[in-house]
Design a binder for this molecule. Sequence first.
Ligand SMILES: [Zn+2]
Length: 352
Amino acid sequence: MRTSSAALLVLLPSVFAIPLGEAPSLRLDVTLSRVEDTRIKAVVKNVGSEDVTFVHINFFKDTAPVKKVALFQHDDSEIAFEGVEKLFKSSGLTEDVLTSLAPGDVYEDEFDVASTSNLSKGGHVTLHAVGRVPVVENSTITGSMPFKSNKLVIDVDGPKASKVAAAMKTMHKRTTVESCPSNDKQSALTTALQNAAYIASQAADAAESGPDVRFQEYFGTTDSETRGIVAARLRAAAAEASSTTFGQTSYYCYDVDEWCSPNVLAWTTQTTNTIANCDLYYTDIPPLTSVCHDQDQATTTLHELTHAPGVYNPGTEDFGYGYDAVAALSPDNALNNADTYSLFANAVYLNC
Ligand SMILES: [Zn+2]
């Protein structure tokens, strides 16, 4: 990949399966309705039986252009999301990114889906949100809970939708390669890329020919085709990480487009194959952890690399963060979930 000093990054929406053994007491229902044109209201309700606190980054209430709902055309094909995917830390989370709801409590969010997807074709568009949000206790992610919305069908006026301002205005030219303005950050990123290349390559070997039990633990299957796809995506990420001058992504050592916010480690924008690190990446997580299921710079970088469709198409989404959520995903979602790859690589590297 190219490294540079500026970039765009985004998080995608999620779709998850209800895991076995799910505690029925934790659950959010989302009711989607149309405000006007492509402007949508979401009412999020705690339909469980317990008070709950969760991270709302990449979820309803996040003010950045994150993926809150998936959009489908009448033929069920998904409409591309053109916003940002953010990856956040798992402990020491600050209050501003947390939402607490008592049983029966609700909150609302409004957003315009035409600002993060090209809806100029118009016609019937189905909106749906499903996934898992991280549950927090004492500022630390301790698990996850499912959320699910109604399926809302809206009739989109294409010309009108195309007049909605795109959220991502600062698209960088793919050819622009700038150097990192900080020697310390450049050095940390270079090390992280080397480490990411190493652990991704090792994880690719494990996906191809490692023990069934670990692969099953993370990907929910031992199907040979799935193992092949996982290995191929990890090899592509390793190849991308092994060069700072060639590749399909632009990797910025700093928050070039200002999508970082408190608690966010890094971001990616799939439409431009751009990745950027936030300051927290350098201060909050180690280069390479020796703790199973923990975050570090190498696996954060690997997480982001798997998002980029230029590295391996399709780019992954964010269906769940952290070991608990990852272990609860369906095989289909696990295969396309960024954190599943970084946690699998961590497990292979540390022999968890
Ligand atoms: Zn992500």
